[in-house]
Design a protein around this ligand. Structure first.
Ligand SMILES: [Fe+2]
Ligand SMILES: [Fe+2]
Length: 254
């Protein structure tokens, strides 16, 4: 790998304080982030650089906004989500709120793409539902999971057409895999279908210049519908705490 690119992308100069102070910290990208791309895996080059002055990053990365010791959902929405996704989530939830939809739907809209905003893209509905499950109602988590498959299935009675954006994203001939079609079929007769379907109706991409809504406008709804653990998300010993910790420290080697 080009040594200048390696330095720029994967080696952070030493910090005066903080964890691993005084040593250059190397960032090993996650396999799912680079697998199949044209980016060479820098693993061998980085391993070759390891010495007393070069270690692998563990802990806070100063290139990311600091997180409080006991982070809440709002901290993740404000400090760990990628720009287009947080704008998409806040705008979807705002539209649902303006339409007078109930708080279950507003919450599902607000959180439906949390996984591709801060953790992982592939199968984002399933990952998102899992990371949210201990903290939201079963119905919100269900809607987050099933919005993914229902996005591919038109429902004229509900006013939902196959998204034009998907024709652009995937090409007009794209056919979703069997598991997606099976899960969508299952969801259609489920008692919470309307909730997941509502998420797909507000699942619109807003690339215009309208300002991004302030996450704090959802503070009260979050307070009523999300159980922020006292220890902070990531530190409550829940079965999904590691997912939140990974979003806090996405660059840890291990
Ligand atoms: Fe989605
Ligand atoms: Fe979405």
């Amino acid at each position: 790998m080009d040594s200048e690119f390696l330095e720029q992308a994967f080696i952070q100069p030493p910090q005066a304080d903080g964890p691993q102070a005084g040593r250059a910290r190397m960032l090993m990208p996650a396999p799912v982030g680079i697998a199949g791309t044209g980016i060479d895996n820098p693993e061998p080059d980085l391993l070759a650089r390891m010495d007393a002055d070069h270690v692998f990053m563990m802990g806070d990365n100063p290139a990311l906004p600091p997180m409080p010791a006991r982070p809440t959902l709002l901290d993740f929405l404000k400090h760990r989500m990628q720009g287009i996704t947080i704008r998409h989530l806040l705008t979807s939830a705002t539209k649902a709120l303006e339409d007078g939809r109930d708080e279950t739907i507003v919450m599902a809209c607000l959180l439906h793409d949390i996984s591709n905003g801060c953790l992982i893209r592939s199968d984002h509905g399933y990952w998102g539902a899992q990371m949210l499950a201990p903290y939201v109602s079963e119905e919100v988590a269900w809607a987050v999971q099933y919005h993914q498959c229902l996005r591919y299935v038109a429902d004229e009675a509900e006013g939902y057409a196959y998204p034009e954006s998907y024709n652009r994203f995937f090409g007009p001939d794209y056919v979703p895999p069997d598991y997606i079609r099976k899960d969508a079929e299952f969801a259609r007769t489920h008692r919470w279908y309307g909730t997941a379907r509502a998420v797909t109706l507000y699942d619109i991409y807003f690339f215009d210049d309208s300002p991004t809504p302030d996450p704090d406008i959802f503070a009260d709804i979050i307070g009523r519908n999300f159980r922020n653990p006292e220890e902070g998300l990531g530190f409550d010993g829940s079965p999904v705490a590691h997912m939140w910790r990974t979003a806090i420290w996405p660059n840890n080697l291990l």
